[in-house]
Design a protein around this ligand. Structure first.
Ligand SMILES: [Cu+2]
Length: 113
């Protein structure tokens, strides 16, 4: 390396690239209780907060697959948001008043009740 300046610029570029790699996305899967296609839409829409790049709920297994940036959000926060719109999750329970306002087809069997 001829120039010390060039060297430090290169090092800075490498450190920058490295920190971008560290911001890699994390995948979490957890259970969200629900029944139908409407539930799927509601759950996925609610889970799609800032920092989430993918939220996909499987109606049959009740498993939500969440891909997100750990620096911006976490699985627990997303589960709390989902519970707040009426769906129980592994870590969060929906308020009874919210659950009871869901459309009839969405009134899934609550494990915790
Ligand atoms: Cu539903």
């Amino acid at each position: 390396m001829k120039s010390p300046l060039l060297k430090s610029v290169l090092i800075a570029a490498l450190v920058f690239a490295g920190s971008n790699l560290l911001a890699q996305e994390k995948t979490s899967t957890f259970k969200v209780y629900g029944n139908c296609g409407m539930c799927k839409k509601r759950i996925e829409k609610t889970a799609n907060v800032e920092g989430v790049s993918k939220a996909e709920w499987n109606k049959d297994t009740k498993i939500l697959t969440l891909v997100y940036d750990e620096k911006k959000t976490d699985a627990k926060t997303v589960q709390q948001k989902i519970a707040a719109v009426g769906h129980d999750t592994e870590l969060a329970v929906a308020p009874d008043s919210t659950y009871s306002k869901l459309p009839g087809c969405c009134l899934y069997e609550r494990k915790s009740k």
